[in-house]
Design a protein around this ligand. Structure first.
Ligand code: ADP
Ligand code: MG
Length: 350
């Protein structure tokens, strides 16, 4: 008797509040969708009891990812690639407002990272042959070519952005937003999901990600790839709005004469950055996290100084020796998985 009454009551409550409580009585579940963009697999997970809404949001996002990829690719298409083609002729290039906004952000991040994040090195990336999405190069460029690039090095500060157009001094500047476009896209993706009333989600682009809300009772937990293995060596907890970005020497590389050459270049030397295997940054903005991870990787063993200058509190680096260095605030979020790293040093400067 009592059970029946309670059941009826629940039904009435459900009907009355159906509009307010989406999916009353439905079980929350994780809706997963995958899509290839930015040369990697983008995985969207939405934790929800309204799968229809999640499907619609995923579909809307998928179309935008393709569009962004085409517009921001430095060498193919009519967006950034057209800007590069035009700059190579020494002429001003027309830019859409969105791309102009990205370039302004990129310029600000170049300044904030003390030049370690340098999107003006498109020509150098091409010289090294790391501009192909598919195949890595097989050997380094000729020394004189690197020296020439360094001697004529185009600067991000040479780029002038004004209403609808960009101008560079000379014809050497080629823009490559590969170090932060994924982050910029993830910020846009998270904003779109929020517009679609998605309260709990994670967008993961090949290990770089940003989250909304939680996964039920617990925070989202994500794996950090072991730079010298196939699996993950740590898990970190990401709370609402967090972006977790890693730059490493294992994404695109080749071996030549016993040495590893990878795709993150130090604009000061014209060569792959040295000192670290990977850097992971957690902060509340994906574009900044992306550029910061690239910049700290370029800073190498000097990363703590740049992190402090940039006010980044959650950073973890794997050094060339396989040691782990991390900030105190990061260590609260990290759990090592499997065999522990040979040495873990928690930095206490904040
Ligand atoms: P991933 O794209 O593998 O996640 P990053 O975010 O560090 O790694 O971006 C690396 C890409 O950024 C390179 O492939 C290249 O296109 C570009 N790049 C390389 N060196 C730099 C640098 N010093 N500053 C800005 N962009 C860079
Ligand atoms: Mg980056």
């Amino acid at each position: 008797m009592r059970a029946d009454t309670a059941g009826a009551g629940t039904l009435i409550l459900c009907a009355a509040l159906a509009a307010a409580i989406a999916g009353c009585g439905r079980e929350a579940q994780t809706v997963n969708r995958q899509h290839l963009a930015f040369g990697t697999l983008v995985e969207l997970s939405i934790y929800t009891d309204d799968t229809d809404r999640a499907e619609r949001a995923a579909e809307r996002l998928r179309a935008r990812l393709d569009d962004w990829h085409n517009r921001w690719h430095p060498w193919e298409g009519d967006g950034l690639a057209a800007v590069n083609r035009r700059l190579a002729t020494g002429q001003p290039a027309a830019v859409e407002p969105e791309l102009a906004d990205m370039l302004r952000r990129a310029q600000a991040l170049h300044a904030e990272t003390d030049g370690h994040f340098d999107p003006a090195l498109g020509g150098l990336v091409r010289l090294w042959g790391f501009h192909h999405d598919e195949s890595p190069p097989s050997q380094p460029p000729a020394e004189p070519d690197i020296e020439r690039w360094l001697a004529e090095r185009p600067e991000m500060t040479d780029l002038h952005i004004s209403e609808g157009r960009v101008t560079a001094s000379g014809d050497r500047l080629q823009l490559d937003l590969g170090g932060f476009a994924k982050g910029y896209a993830l910020d846009r993706a998270i904003a779109m999901l929020r517009e679609d009333d998605i309260g709990n989600a994670i967008v993961n682009a090949g290990g770089d990600l940003r989250v909304i809300g939680r996964h039920g009772e617990r925070a989202w937990r994500v794996g950090i790839r072991d730079p010298r293995g196939n699996g993950v060596f740590a898990a970190v907890e990401a709370t609402d709005g967090d972006a977790v970005f890693t730059s490493g020497d294992y994404e695109r590389f080749f071996h030549w004469q016993g040495r590893r050459y990878h795709h993150i270049l130090d604009p000061r030397t014209g060569r792959p950055a040295r000192g670290l295997r990977s850097v992971t940054v957690i902060t509340d903005n994906a574009a900044r996290a992306d550029a910061a991870a690239t910049a700290l990787f370029v800073a190498g063993r000097q990363w703590p100084r740049l992190a402090r200058e940039m006010d980044l509190t959650r950073v973890m680096a794997v050094t060339d020796d396989g040691d782990v260095e991390l900030t105190g605030t990061m260590s609260e979020r990290v759990q090592f998985i499997g065999e522990p790293p040979p040495r873990v040093e928690t930095l206490t400067w904040q």
